[in-house]
Write a protein that binds this ligand. Structure first.
Ligand code: SF4
Length: 756
């Protein structure tokens, strides 16, 4: 198998880690958790002289790796091209997994998707080749499974442009999902900022057995913490129960930590991780990790008295844990399997199970597939006919090839299952499910992670339940939610009552993993002569032009574009849904600028007064008119403007459409930083009541820019249409470097200037 990991980088991390951890222990004056060891050994600046304040301090880190999926990589890499760097600063990879539509089966679906997305895949392949980025072709697998199999390493820090990047915590990494702008910074050699997280310790005692699997641990944790309970926290799992869970099982647990909002989750380095590294042809990494083992787990005291070192502690006894089924419509609605049938009845959820779907990045390890297959095999062994449709999504070509060789795919097919491409498919709504458009009320059960309304098939009435692959398989055989595989019998084709035996699985293939073509493209050693492929008439991809630098004078006469009222999230600023098709084409996607924001004047969305034409206009059209007038515009907003995702389009679009400043009562910090990176002014009212002074026909000046300095307020002057004027102070949080971004026109422009 191809060895793609970067051993030198891993060794360099391990070389510096012991000293940095010892120093951090000295600074903090107490034993350390594993999370602290990893965070303190990845600081971008020297160690502080005291502990960071958890939940409050903003800290710069230097991650070791970047991973990007095909949908989010497009804009990230278009931006990276602007930095003028010959190569990425840290090992990075691109994975083609999100754009593949599941319809009939792996071979045909993959072929069709390659045709339909050719321009995007060609762009990603060529840009990766040029800039030293490992490229995983369509069909190679799902980003997180491929990362776990090839790149994740204990004690490392990684960022990825996908929320389930956290999966790599199963191999002891601090791995965090971020927006494309953050990935660009790290690839360009800049530090990456994170609010120092709080810590939840999850102590696992006992041992999993029978129908219960690693998935049930996180389904239980989701039930305890709910979808918001992990926000701002890193979950660190430990205890003898943790040591007994396979490495891929640990990955499953960490993966779904995203469903409780956790920054990430992780486990300490142990025998299971070492076995997995060796089993996936990375004995060198295991050996290097063994050499610094005490640094790759918490200090013993932190686990014997967790209440002293974690902000919150949860304890779960695996020996008592029942399989769980979570949902519908939310992943934290956790029901033990023994109560499930009655809960389904009480709630009137559709009892018939239409489809069981296993696999995805969450649950498609060899162990998962072998356990699910041991249940599926019983369908033919016991003359049962599976009542539900059934699909299998392998997480990687390596797993797919190996489980095919070992006969598992045949077992699923014998049960009536359809094997889909090694890609996200139904997990992200890339599922051409027949009749989904009829919007009928129905139930499906998946071994995926998210189950919000419409997530899988676009039908708001599909009740999506989440469980382990073996539980999904048992329910697919039964065809009903009114079932408990642990206790109930089924009637077979001969009319006999039969019961499903407990699943049996193995962590590793007895003959080892194998693959013919893993789907990896190694980048060129010197990419200078490689041409990046972007069709100039493409409506999905567009090369970026650098934004103009500041012209050195105060900004005067700008038009008010919109005074947004109430909640204005990144989704209101740059809507998702069908617009995602254009995420690599700034001009096209900018046609959704602020179309979800409520206009204070008239309380409608996407209807503003165009001051130049005096007509009601859409926000994007008005913005264009103002931009082309040469004056540009200003967006005014309410509290926590830009909350939600870290989507960089929400900052790039206004910049592209000529918005020069965003003035709000308060910002969501990530969005505020993203605006700064794009070279815009992100300002807050010194006196929030000044929001009320903004009138629909205002022309706006921003004064004091010649003396723009950290901590120094600027002045906003409102020129009202009746000739009167209002002037007030506005605040900002720009530091010296961020002011340079503003002056250069964007952070990337500045990097480029420094590069040349
Ligand atoms: S399989 Fe699902 S959760 Fe995993 S990366 Fe793909 S869309 Fe995200």
């Amino acid at each position: 198998m191809t060895k793609v990991f970067d051993l030198d980088m891993i060794k360099a991390v391990y070389d510096r880690m012991p000293k940095l951890v010892d120093n951090a222990r000295h600074v903090l004056g107490r034993p350390l958790t594993l999370t602290e060891k990893i965070l303190y050994s990845h600081l971008s600046d020297s160690l502080p002289d005291r502990a960071f304040e958890r939940g409050n301090s903003y800290v710069d880190f230097n991650p070791d790796r970047v991973a990007m999926q095909d949908a989010t990589a497009q804009m990230a890499l278009l931006q990276f091209m602007q930095a003028g760097k010959p190569k990425v600063a840290v090992p990075s990879t691109v994975h083609c997994d999100h754009l593949i539509l599941a319809k009939t089966g792996a071979v045909e679906d993959l072929k069709n998707s390659k045709d339909q997305n050719k321009e995007v895949f060609d762009f990603l392949a060529s840009v990766s080749n040029k800039y030293g980025i490992g490229f995983w072709k369509p069909g190679a697998g799902i980003i997180h499974q491929v990362v776990l199999e090839n790149y994740a390493f204990p004690g490392g820090m990684m960022i990825g442009t996908d929320s389930h990047t956290v999966n790599a915590g199963g191999l002891g990494m601090v791995a965090i999902g971020v927006g494309g702008a953050d990935a660009v910074d790290v690839m360009a050699g800049m530090p990456w900022e994170l609010k120092f997280p709080k810590l939840i310790g999850v102590k696992l005692t006992g041992k999993l057995s029978g129908w219960t699997s690693a998935k049930d641990v996180i389904l239980k944790v989701a039930g305890i913490l709910t979808v918001k309970g992990g926000t701002g926290y890193i979950l660190e799992y430990f205890g003898e129960g943790a040591d007994s869970i396979s490495c891929t099982g640990k990955g499953t647990i960490c993966n779904m930590g995203a469903e409780i909002g956790a920054t990430t989750s992780l486990f300490g380095y142990d025998t299971k991780m070492a076995e997995y590294l060796r089993g996936t042809s990375r004995a060198e990494v295991a050996m290097a990790a063994d050499a610094i083992k005490p640094f790759l787990t918490a200090d013993p005291e932190a686990y014997t008295h967790p209440e002293k070192y974690f902000d919150q502690v949860i304890e779960i006894n695996l020996s008592e844990l029942e399989p769980h089924i979570n949902g519908p419509f939310t992943p934290d609605l956790a029901t033990p399997v023994s109560k499930f049938a009655s809960v389904v009845k009480e709630n009137g959820w559709p009892e018939k199970l239409e489809v069981g779907l296993i696999g995805s990045c969450t649950n498609s390890s060899y162990e998962d597939i072998s356990r699910a297959a041991s249940v599926a095999r019983q369908a033919s062994d016991k003359n049962l006919k599976a009542k539900s449709e059934y699909t299998v999504t392998p997480g990687s070509e390596m797993v797919r090839y190996t489980v095919e060789r070992d006969g598992f795919l045949k077992i699923f097919e014998d049960m009536g299952g359809v094997v889909l491409a090694n890609a996200c498919g139904p997990c992200i709504g890339q599922w051409a499910r027949h009749n989904a458009d009829k919007q009928e009320k129905n139930s499906i059960m998946t071994s995926f992670n998210r189950n919000f309304a419409k997530r899988n098939d676009g039908n708001p009435n599909t009740h999506g339940f989440v469980a382990s692959p073996e539980i999904v398989t048992a329910f697919a055989i039964a065809g009903t939610l009114n079932f408990n595989p642990m206790t109930d019998h089924l009637t077979n084709e001969q009319g006999e009552k039969v019961k499903l035996d407990e699943p049996q699985g193995v962590e590793f293939p007895p003959q080892g993993f194998a693959v013919e073509d893993a789907g990896y493209q190694e980048p060129a050693v010197d990419g200078a002569g490689v041409e990046v492929k972007v069709d100039p008439v493409s409506n999905r991809l567009q090369l970026l032009e650098p934004f103009k630098p500041w012209d050195g004078s105060d900004m005067k006469g700008m038009y008010l574009l919109i005074k947004a009222k109430g909640k204005c999230t990144t989704d209101h600023i740059s809507m998702a849904g069908p617009w995602l098709r254009y995420r690599g084409h700034l001009e096209n996607i900018s046609q959704n600028l602020l179309i979800g924001a409520v206009n204070y004047f008239g309380e409608k969305t996407n209807a503003v007064k165009n001051q130049i034409t005096a007509q009601v206009d859409t926000v994007p059209d008005a913005a264009k008119v103002y931009r082309d007038s040469g004056y540009g515009s200003v967006v005014v907003g309410d509290e926590n403007y830009g909350e939600g995702s870290s989507r960089e389009h929400a900052a790039m679009e206004p910049r592209f459409m000529g918005v020069k400043a965003v003035l709000v009562k308060s910002f969501a910090r990530i969005h505020e930083t993203n605006l700064k990176k794009q070279g815009m002014l992100a300002l807050t009212f010194a006196n929030k009541d000044d929001y009320n002074k903004i009138l629909e026909d205002d022309r706006i000046d921003i004064l004091g820019l010649k003396h723009f300095a950290p901590g120094m307020p600027l002045i906003v002057r409102l020129n009202h249409s009746n000739g009167s004027v209002d002037e007030f102070e506005v605040h900002h949080t720009y530091n010296e470097n961020q002011i340079k971004w503003f002056k250069a026109g964007s952070a990337l422009n500045l990097i480029k200037q420094l590069e040349n």
